[in-house]
Design a protein around this ligand. Structure first.
Ligand SMILES: [Fe+2]
Length: 385
């Protein structure tokens, strides 16, 4: 039996090379009068934000830029940004960037209208529908945040990443233009690409998944695994960038309708304790969680391996080859092991405790305890260089 589920698509997706040109048209449809563009300083300095502001100027639109969002967006970042949005009477938010500016922007849409602290909205269903309208423009292929209902924010006092989850904070419109990713550096392409691959695998295998999310996840695995090496090694290959963007989008749709699972529980713990790049944390942990989950979902892992191009009829062998392939893939695209994060093994107990408390822990396809998380952190540490 398939069972019953809801599949909500609150975001209008406009996809394609050169699609950024529809920004003015889409903002008019949202009845935008005063716009805040939320982004980061790196994109301002690289001249990328100009691509957006030129369009807004040509359309005579009133806007301000907020570039105070750093990696792993912090509670005080989004609260300060929401304060500016209120003072400036902002009525529409444009999020331009990777996962950090987009996740931050989602939190700002609710804080600017409903007040309070970011953590007040942790979990599901804490938000009234009255949020500022959001238009997202991703500049990396990884997060999927342009179409998901989640905003992951770091509580800086507790050093803990928490998630705000509601369709009320989802973008009204996502403009997804693969051309914007052409200048993403190789290591960022690699890390964000493995983040997308993790979304695809966890969206397909989470124990709360359903057939539409499964289909999106499995197809995303194919797009990503067949293009990630080329996108990393030859960044100006627009076809590879296009396919990575589609893979990231499908993976985002998959996990937002299912969930992520233990890879993200561990990666978010690592990311919040060491302020480490999210994609890299996922890359480090993905094969070890897959080894742990293998006995519970051998058939699904075999299908993932085949989607990655591994020809093997026996499910168990295919699944194991798939896990090895992912380990090799991370090395091939230049991602370092866990020791590059200067992780202290004395923190494994704390990291495991944080992982087990993560809101997605129950979605892992195999039940997992704190002690098992400790073992997985140890395995990732002692296997890696
Ligand atoms: Fe992620």
């Amino acid at each position: 039996m398939i069972g019953s589920f809801d599949f909500i698509l609150p975001t209008k997706i406009r996809y394609g090379v050169g699609m950024l040109k529809v920004l003015g048209e889409e903002l008019k449809l949202l009845k935008a009068n005063k716009i805040m563009v939320i982004t980061d300083k790196g994109l301002v300095n690289a001249g990328m934000v100009e691509k957006v502001t030129k369009i807004l100027e040509a359309e005579n639109m009133d806007f301000i830029i907020y570039d105070g969002i750093g990696p792993n967006p912090k509670d005080y970042n989004v609260e300060a940004c929401a304060e500016v949005a209120r003072k400036e009477f902002i009525d529409t938010i444009v999020a331009f960037g990777g996962g950090s500016p987009i996740d931050a922007a989602k939190a700002v849409t609710v804080l600017a209208k409903q007040g309070g602290k970011a953590r007040d909205y942790q979990g599901k269903g804490k938000i009234k529908d009255d949020c500022l309208p959001l238009l997202t423009i991703p500049t990396t292929s990884g997060t999927g945040s342009e179409v998901t209902f989640s905003s992951v924010i770091t509580d800086t006092k507790e050093k803990f990443k928490f998630t705000i989850k509601s369709t009320a904070i989802a973008a009204k419109t996502a403009i997804i233009d693969p051309e914007l990713t052409l200048t993403v550096p190789p290591l960022v392409t690699a890390a964000t690409g493995i983040d997308a691959l993790t979304h695809a695998i966890e969206g397909y295998t989470a124990n709360c998944t359903e057939p539409i999310a499964e289909a999106l996840g499995l197809f995303a695995v194919e797009y990503i695994s067949k293009n990630i090496v080329e996108a990393v090694k030859n960044g100006n290959n627009l076809e590879a960038r296009d396919n990575m963007m589609m893979g990231s989008l499908m993976a985002g749709l998959s996990f937002s309708h299912a969930d992520v699972a233990s890879v993200h529980c561990m990666a978010e713990a690592l990311g919040s304790l060491y302020d480490a790049p999210h994609g890299l944390c996922n890359a480090i942990l993905l094969p070890y969680v897959m080894e742990y989950n293998l006995p519970a979902i051998e058939y699904k892992y075999a299908r993932i391996a085949r989607a990655m191009g591994i020809e093997e009829m026996d499910d168990c062998k295919a699944a194991m080859k798939g896990i090895e392939y992912i380990k090799e893939l991370s090395k091939e695209i230049g991602l370092p092991g866990i020791k590059a994060l200067n992780v202290n093994p004395n923190d494994f107990e704390l990291l495991a405790e944080m992982s087990v408390k993560n809101g997605s822990n129950d979605s892992n396809p195999r039940k997992i305890s704190k002690d098992e998380y400790v073992l997985l952190f140890k395995k990732a540490y002692y296997d890696n260089n």
